[in-house]
Write a protein that binds this ligand. Structure first.
Ligand SMILES: [Fe+2]
Ligand SMILES: [Fe+2]
Length: 306
């Protein structure tokens, strides 16, 4: 057997799998069964890390990702039901992490379940959504950003009483708007300093990469891919990747939320996080300069300042 026939299991996920068989590598380089399908690793053994490096067979990859998505969505639903904001943030962060891992189309296609759980779960408790963005997560920047953008979208949707189909579609747009970053060097995506011109040029590629990935790997509404492509475009044509001024209403909205999130919640080394009002003031300057749409800005602001 070749090593490429087996894929390593992340230590943080070992306890999550039951249906998926695990393998380990022998000294001679072969792979042997470690646990059968239907067995779960003993909790104590996991806690004490009493296991070798574990692998799944490449042929089981899709089934394993399906199991993983199911378990993570269950954690998410349990967090919402128990009003555990930190639990929800962690579970959603794990889901986004998987969605932003290359070659995991299977996960992308389970995101409608995630969106369903969030929209339905919080429909009975919309107030809690507002607090989701306020507690700090411990995930890498891009994951934290995506989780916050998605929570802000949900807050927007509830405030404006959008129907269920619209809520789900907008949330998918939020979850996947930066999915193209999964194809870009992590050091650039996670940089905590201002990017060089060369690095920024590479970073801007995430719009087209995300758009193409969504079209190729999912059958989601085309608006989801369009938002990935257009969320850095500006209505005066000053954005990227194409410098086009004509962008969809969803792209205009998510473009503003995408800008608001890091201004408000990020404390990068070269920039201090701001109060919501101050972030909105900065974005308002962009509105005045003609880069963001005035009406869209107003509808977003109204859901934050009530
Ligand atoms: Fe982006
Ligand atoms: Fe973004």
């Amino acid at each position: 057997m070749e090593k490429t026939d087996y894929l390593p299991v992340k230590p943080s996920q070992i306890h999550l799998f039951e249906k998926t068989p695990f393998y380990y590598q022998t000294k001679e380089g072969g792979f042997l069964l470690y646990k059968e399908a239907g067995q779960r690793l003993d909790r104590e053994r996991v806690k004490e890390k009493k296991y070798p490096d574990l692998y799944i067979a490449a042929k089981d990859k899709d089934a394993a990702l399906t199991e993983l998505a199911l378990v993570l969505n269950m954690e998410l639903a349990a967090g919402i039901a128990s009003k555990g904001l930190a639990e929800v943030k962690t579970a959603l962060g794990r889901i986004v992490e998987e969605a932003l891992t290359p070659r995991q189309a299977k996960i992308l296609n389970t995101l409608p379940d995630t969106v369903q759980i969030l929209a339905e779960g919080y429909s009975k408790d919309p107030k809690s959504v507002e607090y989701l963005t306020r507690i700090a997560g411990h995930s890498p920047l891009i994951i934290e950003h995506t989780v916050n953008v998605t929570a802000l979208i949900l807050q927007y949707c509830f405030f404006h009483r959008l129907d269920e189909a619209r809520i789900k579609q907008l949330m998918l747009c939020g979850l996947l708007h930066d999915v193209g970053t999964s194809q870009i060097d992590k050091a650039i995506v996670e940089a905590r300093k201002k990017l060089t011109d060369e690095e920024f040029k590479i970073y801007t590629g995430h719009s087209v990469l995300g758009h193409d990935l969504i079209l190729a790997e999912t059958d989601f509404d085309v608006s989801v891919a369009t938002v990935a492509l257009e969320h850095h475009e500006r209505i005066d044509g000053s954005g990227y990747p194409h410098g086009t001024a004509k962008i969809t209403a969803d792209s205009r909205l998510i473009g503003i939320i995408d800008c608001y999130e890091p201004l408000t919640y990020r404390d990068k080394n070269f920039r201090k996080a701001k109060k919501p009002y101050d972030s909105l003031s900065l974005i308002k300057e962009e509105v005045k300069a003609g880069r963001f749409d005035k009406e869209t800005f107003k509808t977003f602001t109204s859901c934050l300042i009530k």
